[in-house]
Design a protein around this ligand. Structure first.
Ligand code: CAO
Length: 414
């Protein structure tokens, strides 16, 4: 039996066709998307009322159609099993009709993008979610910048094919050496890992990173810190001051001298916005993944206060007690792996910030001083910066000055 599919009443007199999702001869199952139309700055998908074969299409992209206008004729079919199979082959993003119903509902629940006026049909949004793609990263090629299925496929091929290839390849290799007990174990990513993973990927892809490596002599700083901590041990309320708090205090000093390192690049306005507050995020390693609580208004805080705050926020992070507010508002980030190890690494910038400082493990090294090798405690550190904001020469000036402050903390006072 032939079924006429007409434009439903969606509360508007007429709407524009953004995408025609099927062709004559296509097999569809009930609830499959047929046409995407523009409605109140969002995209709505008209689902198929029956399973069958598309017989005629009377609309095309760009048409303005009014309520009750005939859009398609579908020859209804009863052989649903066959249709479901065909659909699986033709489009590996459509798995079954129940999933398809979810797609149609997603237009209302997908708040992430609604404010930003992204044009994409529910099926495209679902594809993007499944592939962990942020629609904001894609310039839609469809009408009115609508993101199409092809845009998603193309983006995914360019950005993620290495990932897909590697996984398959590893599994095939493992299959050849098969020993039943050695079947791979799948560990699901935690929520934090999923969110931070996609942010890290975007930041790595979109920001031209340069990493400047340096090291500085912290022998005297550590002598002073240990002495200060040991002198105060008897005091019950005393919170020992950490090496990291001196690093934070020194970075604040450097940022006051070189404010561009405490800025945000506004690409749309071709400007660099210099932050007036110095708020430093500290990367904290937790059981569920990386969290970055932010130390606020650091211009006015001394080393003890900073040390106490790091201790407090790191504890909260590790016990899953951070509030959203405590993780917002950063203007610069420090990632310290010094307590764990390593001689150097390239930290990834935490956008929209422009820089991130990585701290590695301090070790005793022979340093040539006054015609003699002397054992000195050397701290390696690395500064990754957005090369659109910072020049290489300035990057080296930053690390020089930071090194100077840490090697002689009296400089912090002048
Ligand atoms: N070199 C050598 N030793 C160091 C050091 C350094 N740079 N930094 C710390 N240490 C040693 C010190 O001996 C310290 O003990 P004392 O202060 O008593 O001497 C000990 O390590 C413990 O330090 P800590 O790391 O627990 O404390 P912290 O204040 O230095 O750091 C925090 C706190 C939150 C940064 C840390 O717990 C943490 O989570 N680090 C990991 C961050 C991370 O994962 N970054 C990677 C992000 S990219 O994936």
């Amino acid at each position: 039996m032939d079924i006429e599919v007409c434009m439903p009443d969606i509360g508007m007199k007429c709407a524009e066709v953004i995408e025609v999702l099927v062709q004559v001869g296509d097999k569809v199952i009930k609830e499959d998307g047929l046409v995407s139309i523009e409605s109140h700055k969002s995209v709505l998908e008209i689902p198929s009322p029956v399973s069958g074969i598309i017989k005629n299409i009377y609309v095309k992209i760009g048409d303005t159609i009014s309520v009750n206008k005939l859009m398609m004729i579908i020859a209804e079919s009863c052989d649903k099993n066959n249709l479901i199979k065909t659909n699986k082959i033709n489009n590996n993003c459509i798995v079954n009709s129940a999933d398809q119903l979810n797609i149609n509902n997603s237009i209302n629940s997908d708040n992430n993008y609604q404010d930003k006026e992204i044009y994409a049909s529910p099926i495209v949004r679902r594809m993007a979610r499944k592939l962990n793609i942020n629609l904001l990263d894609i310039a839609g090629s469809g009408r009115k910048g609508c993101v199409t299925k092809e845009d998603i496929t193309k983006y995914n091929t360019i950005h993620n094919d290495i990932n897909i290839y590697n996984t398959k390849d590893i599994l095939v290799k493992q299959d050849n050496l098969k020993n039943k007990n050695d079947d791979p174990e799948y560990q699901l990513l935690t929520g934090i890992q999923k969110i931070s993973g996609s942010r890290l990927l975007n930041n790595w892809k979109n920001i031209p990173h340069v990493t400047q490596f340096d090291e500085t002599d912290i022998t005297e700083l550590e002598d002073f810190r240990k002495l200060y901590n040991s002198r105060n041990l008897a005091n019950k309320n005393f919170q020992k001051i950490s090496l990291l708090s001196f690093i934070v205090k020194s970075v604040v000093h450097v940022l006051l001298k070189y404010p561009r390192f405490n800025s945000v690049l506004d690409v749309n306005k071709n400007s660099i916005i210099l932050n007036k507050n110095i708020n430093i995020g500290i990367a904290v390693d937790t059981q569920d993944g990386l969290l970055v609580p932010v130390l606020k208004n650091l211009k006015y805080k001394n080393v003890s206060e900073i040390s106490y705050e790091i201790f407090d926020l790191a504890n909260k992070a590790k016990n899953n007690q951070l509030s959203v507010l405590e993780m917002q508002g950063g203007s610069f980030t420090i990632s310290s792996l010094g307590g764990i190890g390593g001689t150097g690494f390239t930290p990834i910038i935490n956008a929209p910030e422009s820089c991130i400082l990585g701290i590695s493990k301090a070790t005793i090294k022979p340093i040539w001083i006054n015609n003699k090798f002397r054992p000195r405690l050397m701290l390696p550190f690395s500064l990754s910066y957005d090369h659109r904001v910072i020049d290489g020469a300035d990057g080296a000036r930053f690390t020089n000055f930071l090194g100077l402050l840490l090697s002689d903390i009296r400089t912090l006072l002048v």
